[in-house]
Unconditional design. Structure first.
Length: 225
């Protein structure tokens, strides 16, 4: 598979992560992952000394844009932008058809818990303790069987968008961890990292990198209509 390059300059490279691949290497070294596969593609194209630095991740079944550093001088500035939330991430998701406002936000605290049935770590909101989580939501379309919702996380908690929506009764189609609608059946988690926006730390130019919707997301939209 050839991965789509969405943006590139002397410092950064952004590419389209497909759903179904972990963002980075897992415990099982035989399992393919996006970072390793993309790095191999680029080294095959450009030579074995090509550098690629990993600074964030998407959930395995989330598609969309990921950004990497192309040289070590860019590592600290990009890491700092993620740490200080100076990169605005925008996601699209297909959710349950429960009534919701046109715009809203959720501010709460999330903590990790182990689900005894799934035997997986998941997040849940808590009244005390945990880590601050803040997401802005906007309803873009309403279909017969669901909504298209835009989510802009203002913090970086694990599964933040998924749990914030699920706890509002707006679970994302295809979610296998949090409560989600089952009909129609989704091929995977219907969550897509649409864009990254930031002020370039070296050129000071405003950058917006967008990733087109994959076919399975578009097909699911049609099913919900």
């Amino acid at each position: 598979m050839i991965y789509n390059i969405l943006f590139e300059d002397d410092y950064f490279l952004a590419a389209e992560k497909p759903a179904g691949l972990p963002s980075q290497p897992t415990v099982d070294k035989r399992r393919p992952d996006f970072f390793t596969s993309l790095k191999k593609q680029l080294k095959d194209e450009r030579g074995t000394d090509f550098y690629l630095g990993l600074h964030h991740r998407l959930d395995r079944d989330t598609s969309g844009v990921m950004i990497f550093t192309k040289n070590k001088i860019a590592n600290e500035p990009l890491a700092e932008m993620f740490k200080k939330h100076l990169i605005q991430k925008t996601y699209l998701c297909l959710t349950a058809p429960k009534k919701c406002p046109d715009q809203w936000e959720i501010k709460n605290h999330l903590t990790e818990v182990r689900d005894p049935v799934l035997k997986k770590i998941k997040m849940k909101s808590v009244h005390s303790g945990g880590d601050k989580a803040h997401t802005l939501f906007r309803k873009l379309k309403t279909f017969k069987k669901g909504h298209l919702i835009e989510a802009q996380p203002q913090s970086g908690r694990m599964h933040q968008i998924r749990v914030h929506l699920a706890e509002q009764g707006l679970g994302i189609f295809g979610d296998d961890i949090y409560p989600a609608p089952k009909n129609p059946t989704a091929p995977r988690l219907m969550l897509h990292a649409l864009s990254l926006e930031f002020i370039h730390p070296f050129t000071k130019i405003s950058i917006k990198i967008e990733c087109p919707l994959p076919k399975d997301f578009q097909q699911m939209e049609q099913q919900l209509s």
